[in-house]
Design a protein. Structure first.
Length: 443
């Protein structure tokens, strides 16, 4: 980033509506968790859609980062690419792995002369009763990155300017997960790793400040993320970051924590404030940005966390993730989608376009109104009931599934917007489609 004029021109986030209730009967509610039809791809699409605004055609590179990819030997980024309707010539790459992979994607995007979209999405769950299960959370965030030239040529509004960054690497065997395993492993004793990580900050931060031409006193706020809580707390105290961070509301969102925290800091900062992002993971990643203008008119990340939530048990959540076997379906399994059929219906599946005798409707970008709905408790669905509604888009009636809705509180006349979700997964194939959800703030 040093010497390169790079800007963040759009930010977006996705916070799931679900919260897990404690199994001990205390009534304690956990952090945001992905629903039965959500995964890293669907959350990434939601965050990317919010960050893009109307710049789909101008984006030249998409970088999708997650540590929980739906597919390991298939591109996940291309699914996100299709759902966001990015141009065919737009490059789409996976940056699978921990948080450093996503920050690396951001730093590479900052060196490009074109418009790039960086999406980080993750589901950070662990064995029942573990610290990771209690402290983990799910979510996604996206940042639209442009060079100074692209900002000027396309008339883009700079939300924040990328000032400088640095990286210090340490191979610390602290947390890891082997291929095919459900849970992360941990070394257990975090004192040694915390000391090493704190020392990496002492090397990385001065380098980042030097690349930005700043002193530490000119940084208005620091955001510290990482899996080692002892190290995070120690660095927060040393930098004066305080403990009132986003993690208190959303938990540890794994490889998406850095992006969610950066988006939140940009939204909370005043104009011209300098933000220092410190990511502690196998060393330290330090990124410095300067807030320049309001992010968008959409709701902030903090507002999303305050939205009405739905509750489920930890067992339900692990069934949704496929980590444990749940009740067998009461109906035959769905048919595996075919390759020719998927290609033929790509506009319907990924683009959100519906064509009827009445005309065409755009589920992904338009706003519809529920005219009538029904809850089916016997349908093949990962989390019954399956709510299906007749939704009107400018006089065109469509039959669509409604997600994140409580059947006891869903109203006829409610405004809805598109939500990219799984319909079902059969024999390792995920069938993604556009559904709808009630718009935030509708009443």
């Amino acid at each position: 980033m040093h010497g390169h004029d790079a800007w963040i021109v759009g930010i977006g986030h996705h916070v799931p509506r679900w919260r897990l209730t404690a199994a001990d009967g205390s009534g304690r509610i956990g952090f945001p968790r992905a629903g039965a039809d959500e995964d890293a791809v669907t959350m990434g699409v939601s965050a990317g859609k919010a960050a893009l605004g109307g710049c789909q055609d101008e984006v030249r590179t998409l970088m999708f980062s997650t540590a929980r990819p739906p597919y390991e030997a298939k591109s996940n980024a291309t699914i996100v690419h299709e759902a966001l309707r990015l141009a065919r010539r737009c490059e789409a790459f996976d940056a699978v792995g921990p948080a450093r992979s996503g920050i690396g994607a951001l730093r590479m995007s900052a060196l490009s002369d074109s418009l790039s979209l960086v999406v980080a999405s993750d589901l950070n769950y662990g064995p029942p009763g573990s610290a990771q299960a209690d402290g983990g959370g799910d979510g996604a965030a996206a940042l639209l990155v442009a060079s100074g030239r692209a900002v000027r040529e396309n008339g883009l509004r700079g939300v924040a300017r990328l000032l400088g960054s640095s990286s210090v690497n340490m191979d610390l065997l602290e947390h890891w997960r082997l291929p095919g395993e459900w849970w992360k492993r941990s070394w257990g004793e975090d004192r040694f790793a915390a000391k090493m990580l704190a020392e990496s900050v002492e090397q990385a931060l001065p380098q980042a400040l030097e690349s930005a031409g700043l002193t530490q006193q000119q940084v208005d706020r620091f955001v510290v993320v990482g899996t080692n809580r002892r190290a995070v707390s120690s660095v927060q105290r040393k930098l004066g970051a305080g403990a009132a961070s986003l993690s208190a509301s959303i938990g540890d969102a794994g490889s998406a924590s850095w992006a969610l925290s950066l988006v939140d800091a940009i939204e909370q900062a005043e104009e011209s404030e300098v933000i220092g992002l410190i990511c502690l993971e196998d060393g330290c990643e330090a990124v410095l940005v300067e807030k320049r203008s309001p992010a968008s008119e959409r709701g902030t990340l903090r507002a999303s966390l305050e939205a009405p939530a739905q509750h489920a048990t930890e067992f339900d959540y692990l069934v949704w993730r496929g980590a444990v076997q749940g009740p067998l379906s009461r109906r035959p399994e769905p048919v595996v989608p075919s390759l020719p059929g998927s290609a033929r219906d790509s506009a319907w599946k990924f683009g959100g376009l519906r064509r009827t005798e009445q005309g065409s409707a755009d589920v992904a970008r338009g706003v519809g109104v529920i005219r009538e709905w029904v809850a089916d408790y016997l349908a093949t669905a990962p989390e019954p009931p399956l709510i299906t509604a007749r939704v009107e888009y400018d006089g065109i009636d469509l039959q669509l599934d409604v997600v994140d809705a409580d059947a006891s509180r869903l109203d006829v006349g409610a405004e809805v917007e598109g939500a990219f979700r799984r319909r079902w997964s059969v024999e390792g194939i995920h069938n993604y489609v556009w559904k709808v959800r009630v718009r935030e703030g509708w009443n």
